[in-house]
Design a protein around this ligand. Structure first.
Ligand code: C5P
Length: 308
């Protein structure tokens, strides 16, 4: 069979609807119980045959993204090549749609998309489960970018259980151009929670609200243990939360390790009004309206065979 000319895969960014944190483990990671939801902002990765691994990046804030072997998509291709013993290369063309350094998993989505795209390009025959294991080696959020939708993450956040969610939720995102370092946010949490012995657990009421598809009920249970740590490092995030308070938003929280703040709207009409109000308040660099859940990493264009 001839090799495909190129493979185009799309993977979503994510928000965290809940994030419960336990005391740091010996490996430096914190045990988590988190609820991820994939949202309608995407990373596109086109994989083209090449002798070596290389990468180019365009799209949203592309200038901030490394194009060398430190890029997570590059590392994904290298890991897959090592795991399968292939000597094939790939050129990865990444088009960014997820805000960078916002805690929305854009880099993780690149890695998930690169894994799936290279898997198809190189015809490795790996099972989706095996791709999931490689994804977890690349980063705690990478497995979720493969599966998408809504899921509970435990362990480092990488052990996923799909969650039932009815309907579609509308979110307003307040973005900040200046990123927050995830390790620093966890360190701030450590300082704020010395000797914590709590076992992280997601409130069953949140899972129930998702099953019901009820944004009003879901709003009551959005929860992020890292929010005080993120606000400690970035006090301006409190102004963003305060601005959402003055709008019809049902609730607003820092998403994951921040600095993105997400607010739940009752529906698309409210969302536009909320976004306008937060933009007018001048507290965010950009506001966006998105919906969730969104699909996980998937093939966009059919694989085109080269002429036989
Ligand atoms: O796995 P990932 O590269 O996304 O994690 C980045 C950093 O965030 C880790 O090195 C660690 O400092 C922190 N982290 C953590 N506990 C987690 C996930 C991430 O402490 N469950």
């Amino acid at each position: 069979m001839s090799a495909p000319a190129s493979v185009h895969v799309r993977a979503p960014g994510k928000i965290n609807l809940a994030l419960k944190v336990g005391s740091v483990r010996e490996d430096g990671y914190h045990p988590l119980a988190t609820v991820f939801q994939a949202v309608s902002l995407y990373e596109d990765v086109v994989a083209e045959p090449a002798d070596e691994i290389s990468l180019s990046v365009t799209g949203r804030s592309a200038d901030n993204v490394p194009t060398d072997s430190s890029n997570l998509a590059w590392r994904a291709a290298r890991l897959l090549a090592e795991a399968t013993g292939t000597d094939k290369g790939v050129h990865l063309r990444v088009t960014k749609g997820v805000p960078t350094a916002g805690g929305m998993g854009g880099g993780s989505a690149d890695a998930a998309a690169a894994l799936l795209a290279c898997d198809l390009l190189w015809d490795t025959g790996l099972a989706r489960e095996e791709l999931g294991e490689l994804a977890a080696e690349l980063g705690a959020d990478v497995p979720f970018a493969l599966t998408g939708q809504t899921a509970v993450g435990t362990g480092r956040g990488d052990a996923l259980t799909p969650a039932l969610a009815r309907g579609r939720f509308t979110w307003v995102l307040a973005l900040s151009e200046t990123g927050l370092s995830t390790p620093r946010v966890f360190e701030a949490w450590d300082a704020q929670n010395p000797g914590s012995t709590a076992t992280p657990e997601v409130d069953p009421a949140l899972m129930h609200a998702l099953v019901q598809g009820d944004p009003h009920e879901l709003a009551r249970h959005l929860d992020n243990d890292l929010q005080p740590a993120a606000i400690h490092l970035r006090p301006d995030l409190q102004h963003v939360l305060d601005a959402f308070d003055q709008t019809p938003a049902l609730a607003a929280i820092v998403s994951g390790s921040g600095p993105t703040v997400v607010a739940l709207a009752a529906g698309p009409g409210d969302a536009a009004e909320i976004a306008d109000a937060v933009t007018a308040a001048g507290v965010a660099d950009e506001t966006l309206v998105v919906t969730g859940p969104a699909l996980g990493a998937r093939l966009v264009e059919p694989v085109r065979a080269e002429t036989d």
